[in-house]
Ligand binder design. Structure first.
Ligand SMILES: [Zn+2]
Length: 314
């Protein structure tokens, strides 16, 4: 039997699939927790590793799902063919508790979301993010790969290294045409979020679309770019821009279950694409991105500070 058809269903923190620890209680039938974790991850709620063990992370994911299920906003899952995604409003059917406990009502709602191919809506909240996914050009000849959000373990800060007036539309147009990365162009814009010089944040891609921003790290990395010219620039990015970026990183850490250390990095900190170790064992930078005037340790600290206050707020 699958967990969502069990009338006696009750999964909560501490539940574990029978075969994970056969001699410990509380036990639930085999695969129940694993299937739940797989479903939550697929819907965009980072439940962590699919290990059959209902820990705090799975509990957070359940609570986040229950909270969203009580609201009207639904988001359609990206298909391999479309980089963008549409939103629909539905009258909520789930009227249960937000308690992190999966009973039959919660399981039925998870099944309903799967059947409709809905996915976690953008949090946004008090932090405005302009959604421009439907407006950006994509490459008609290439199809982006799709991943699940629990595959993301690096949030990668980049800069455009172009004049700050060069926006997301210009960036996307450049990226999907033949360019320095690929003679066929990239399938989509290379960055998931675009942070403008004045602090305006734009969402360019769904999290499950794999973009070409960091070589071998593309699949597990989510790219965030500052509209900022680093080359030959003695000045760091404007404070408003860095603060907006740190707030975005904090919110992404929160929703994806990541931490400023080790999950937040600058492009130049990624081995292979950002730096190599030379024959003498010395680090050799291949990229300065997002610019040597961007202090990445300070950026992580600022992200951590914002993440702490985000978690403390109700
Ligand atoms: Zn970069």
């Amino acid at each position: 039997m699958s967990y969502d058809r069990d009338p006696q269903l009750r999964l909560l923190e501490g539940s574990r699939d029978e075969k994970v620890r056969p001699n410990q209680t509380p036990n639930v039938p085999d695969q129940y927790v694993q299937d739940l974790q797989r479903d939550l991850n697929a819907l965009g709620y980072a439940a962590g590793k699919i290990d059959g063990w209902f820990g705090p992370r799975t509990g957070d994911a359940v609570r986040a799902f229950q909270r969203d299920a009580r609201g009207p906003r639904r988001q359609e899952q990206a298909s391999a063919l479309q980089a963008g995604r549409r939103f629909t409003e539905e009258s909520p059917v789930y009227t249960g508790e937000v308690n992190g406990v999966v009973d039959q009502a919660t399981a039925l709602e998870i099944r309903r979301w799967k059947e409709h191919r809905w996915q976690r809506p953008d949090s946004g909240g008090s932090f405005p993010i302009e959604d421009i996914r439907d407006r950006l050009p994509i490459n008609p000849n290439l199809t982006a790969r799709i991943r699940q959000p629990n595959h993301i373990d690096r949030l990668v800060l980049h800069c455009t290294d172009a004049p700050p007036t060069w926006g997301a539309m210009a960036c996307a147009t450049y990226d999907v045409h033949p360019n320095h990365i690929s003679a066929r162009g990239c399938p989509t814009i290379t960055y998931t979020y675009f942070v403008n010089a004045d602090g305006l944040v734009q969402k360019c891609l769904s999290h499950d679309v794999v973009s070409w921003h960091a070589g071998d790290w593309n699949f597990r990395g989510l790219g965030i770019v500052l509209a900022y010219r680093a080359t030959g620039n003695a000045a760091p990015p404007p404070t408003a821009q860095l603060e907006a970026a740190a707030e975005l990183f904090a919110r992404l850490c929160d929703s994806l279950g990541l931490l400023p250390v080790p999950n937040v990095v600058g492009h130049r900190e990624l081995k292979g694409t950002g730096y190599v170790i030379d024959a003498h064992g010395q680090v050799k930078l291949r990229k300065e991105c997002p610019g040597l005037k961007v202090n990445l340790n300070e950026f992580r600290q600022e992200t951590a500070r914002r993440l702490t206050s985000l978690k403390a707020s109700p």
